[in-house]
Design a protein around this ligand. Structure first.
Ligand code: ATP
Ligand code: MG
Length: 413
């Protein structure tokens, strides 16, 4: 990709927002704020989000099948589970249209989560214990009317989530899937995203979903909105809300951001919606369910909160928008310009994804500042001074080294 053609460019004189992820994403040209908690993902931003969701998808494909449910649902589905007036962040959409009497009084829900859609779907197709267990997931846009959407993309009112739902004949089968399939798959996701070590499993209440406990995946990070408590004796992490007898000697407190949450729903939804299958004895048995969320757009924000410095973002390699940021200096001279384009073509031919700053009317300092702000893991510079070599520098290192192009291709592969 030629940076000269990229929409839009960075805004280095842009303003400072409440949180580093908002400041860096907006000024770096990754997202654009439409209103509080609602963002457009720009070309750089959608690349990162897609990389995150690709990792999530690859790991979820090992434990479930992908579907795509609608964002919009009829109100009745939410009446059936009695959550219409229970979920405080529900967005209701009106079908009222002054030009059409027929479309006057229908109300819809913009789904904040999808139990209301998936349970009837499973009920429609699944009739026997022989069809169990199975799991479905989607990666989709969710809507929640969050009262304080002030942490950039950490808390959106419209945001991206992977939600998986599993269906079982017994509680023991559900718990087996929950502990031995979903938790290992989640650990793998966070490891691949570069936050494996700082993401801890935390015991929490079940919220709107279940009376049972749930498990949150909390990434320890200063700007996180949650507080989690490490029990120093047992090594267990607990969400603040379930710590009943706080004693400072016993607990260490951390700020953290919830990047995932898994719930053993048991028969909560199948009971409400009368979702049964024939068991081995031909009797009707309620289906056990689990649900498993990962906040993919929140993760993008968390990665920035964790990996940045005073100059900009430092993307983990696995999710970076490009592999290499190639900068041409002195490229008003044809020789350098041509050399730079050759390097760009050669790297691209080797499957390296390159953002090439080919602008001729921009100072070196500005190009370097843009590269630091955008945060691509490797920077390569070609100029009058680099001769037959190029300058190679990692975003998180200070010193650059001179290497031949073949050496660089070797490192990148
Ligand atoms: P929170 O406590 O942060 O409000 P939640 O517990 O209500 O989140 P869940 O229903 O557990 O959220 O949703 C699953 C995942 O979706 C969360 O673990 C989080 O990563 C993500 N998520 C939830 N709400 C938002 C939001 N408003 N913006 C971005 N991501 C979100
Ligand atoms: Mg949660």
């Amino acid at each position: 990709m030629l940076y000269s053609k990229m929409f839009p460019k960075t805004d280095k004189n842009g303003k400072k927002y409440e949180s580093p992820n908002a400041t860096l994403l907006i000024n770096g040209g990754f997202v654009n704020q439409v209103m509080s908690g609602v963002y457009t993902f720009l070309p750089l931003g959608i690349k990162v989000l897609t990389n995150i969701e690709k990792i999530v998808r690859e790991e979820m494909n090992k434990i479930g099948q992908e579907i795509l449910m609608p964002a919009l649902a009829p109100k009745k589905l939410w009446e059936d589970t009695q959550r219409l007036n229970q979920v405080d962040v529900l967005f209701k959409a009106s079908g009222a249209n002054p030009l059409s009497l027929e479309r006057n009084d229908t109300e819809y829900i913009l789904n904040p989560t999808h139990e209301e859609v998936i349970t009837p779907l499973a009920k429609h197709f699944i009739k026997s214990y022989k069809d169990l267990p199975f799991a479905l997931y989607q990666i989709q846009t969710k809507f929640r009317n969050e009262p304080r959407a002030k942490s950039g993309i950490l808390r959106g009112r419209e945001f991206r989530m992977k939600d998986l739902y599993s269906f079982h004949i017994s509680e023991s089968d559900l718990l087996d899937y929950y502990h031995n399939k979903s938790i290992p798959a989640y650990k793998k996701v966070f490891e691949r995203l570069g936050i494996g070590e700082e993401t801890v499993i935390t015991l929490a209440s079940g919220g709107d979903f279940t009376e049972k406990n749930s498990h949150e995946f909390q990434t320890i990070c200063d700007s996180g909105e949650d507080e989690i408590y490490l029990n120093k004796e047992t090594g267990e992490y607990l969400n603040k809300e379930i710590v009943t007898d706080f004693t400072p000697e016993r607990y260490e407190v951390f700020k953290a951001s919830e990047v995932g949450n898994i719930f053993p729903l048991n028969i909560k939804f199948s009971k409400q919606l009368n979702f049964t299958v024939k068991d081995e004895d031909g009797k009707d048995a309620l289906v056990y369910m689990g649900c498993y969320g990962i906040g993919t757009s929140r993760i993008m924000g968390v990665l920035i909160e964790k990996f940045h410095d005073e100059r900009g973002i430092i993307w983990p390699k696995e999710v970076a928008p490009f592999d290499v940021h190639l900068i041409a200096l002195d490229n008003h001279e044809d020789e350098i310009k041509n050399k730079a384009f050759e390097i760009y073509k050669k790297l691209t031919a080797h499957g390296v994804d390159v953002l090439f700053d080919d602008r001729v009317d921009v100072r070196a300092g500005e190009k370097f500042a843009d590269a630091d702000l955008i945060g691509i893991p490797v920077r390569i510079v070609i100029s009058k001074r680099t001769g037959n070599k190029v300058e190679y520098k990692k975003r998180d290192e200070k010193e650059s080294i001179l290497l031949s192009l073949d050496e660089i291709v070797g490192i990148l592969k």
